[in-house]
Design a protein. Structure first.
Length: 144
């Protein structure tokens, strides 16, 4: 799906709300996929990856990637995708993307409509922890 995206962190640190509101959104195609990874013991494990794509990119590489990605919130004018942003040559950092779905591709991402959605649709403050969802067997205590 096409989205207008604003990153909510820089180098793993939360950006102040005024910086987030002032940031120009990036228009890209968002995909969230589960991939199977073969480990040393030939036991497959799964990983969720979120990618931002631009059809104009000649090499077919995503503009940005989040590992251990999950959609944290859906509602209002968009959705919140959280995960770990890999870094070339350095440590990975937590990242969050505030994504507003594009219903009219001809509309400009920088118009006033985008900014008008922030007060009611901007997500609540994020925690610094990026956690993987717990398996269902661990999430609910057993009754004995």
């Amino acid at each position: 799906m096409w989205v207008d995206v604003v990153c909510l962190r820089r180098d793993g640190m939360k950006l102040p709300p005024e910086d987030v509101r002032a940031a120009p959104p990036l228009r890209a195609r968002l995909t969230v996929d589960t991939v199977v990874i073969r480990g040393d013991a030939d036991l497959p494990s799964r990983a969720e990856l979120a990618h931002l794509w631009d059809d104009a990119t000649p090499d077919g590489q995503p503009l940005a990637t989040l590992e251990c990605a999950r959609v944290s919130r859906v509602g209002g004018a968009g959705l919140l995708v959280v995960g770990v942003e890999p870094s070339r040559g350095g440590p990975a950092h937590p990242q969050a993307w505030w994504c507003r779905m594009v219903l009219d591709e001809a509309a400009d991402a920088r118009d006033g409509e985008w900014r008008n959605t922030w007060p009611g649709s901007m997500p609540a403050p994020l925690t610094d922890a990026v956690t993987a969802p717990r398996p269902a067997a661990l999430a609910q205590p057993s009754l004995r």
